[in-house]
Design a binder for this molecule. Sequence first.
Ligand code: ADP
Ligand code: MG
Length: 246
Amino acid sequence: MQPILSARHIRKAYGAFIALKDISFDIPRGERHALIGPNGAGKSTFIACIAGQLPGVEGEMIFKGENILALPPARLAKRGIGRTFQISRAFLHMSVLENMMAAYVIASGKWASLSGRVYAEKIDRAHAMLETVGLAERSRDTVADLSLGDRKRLEFGMALAADPDLLLLDEPTAGMSIKERHFLMEMVAERVDATGKTLIFVEHDIDVVMKIARRVTVMVRGAILAQGSPEDIKANDEVQAVYLGG
Ligand code: ADP
Ligand code: MG
């Protein structure tokens, strides 16, 4: 089967510093793929390359058969790439429902011409998505008042509003308790599978990686150190030496 995403010789420098050296790999459609590695390995940079957010990226990023490297983020969103950020980007002083609504309106690309009927339909969809991500009871709350876990649920729901084929989640569980991490990522995995999406996520908790990922890429200093099933990665001596500290 043709991979949904194929990175070929991706290279990215920030000035004289080379953050991605020569990254090549394929992601099959429907895969849940974890990107792991120590801080500074280049994980967020690679996610930003896929999402079209960085200038001066070399190589080829083939998404659904097309090289997307020169396309701006808005065009990539239209083609089916969605993402969340390591740092929250929800509107803190708006309610949960308003944020979810905003995500649907932005995804539609038609905020200047929303009719009453379409507006009502977006509200329905926003409510349904809040139900899906377990936030129905919090819809009137201000985002600033949400727990970290609930905020991550909201951001995930907002990313789903555009119905992307490929979802990029950069450290969705950062700062959460162990229980919250598993709770969130089980919901993410269930949604990804139920809707036939492909997932790439950055995650530090190796137990979450073991449970959620079908395949894992380990990055170190801008290069790929290893790639394989979670079991292979956990048993890999080189990975243990540099990453797991074993
Ligand atoms: P990770 O997400 O794996 O922790 P990053 O992709 O954020 O790694 O960063 C990779 C390397 O690139 C780090 O050494 C970081 O300091 C550097 N870096 C990231 N963003 C910039 C930037 N805008 N300018 C200069 N260096 C950067
Ligand atoms: Mg990062």
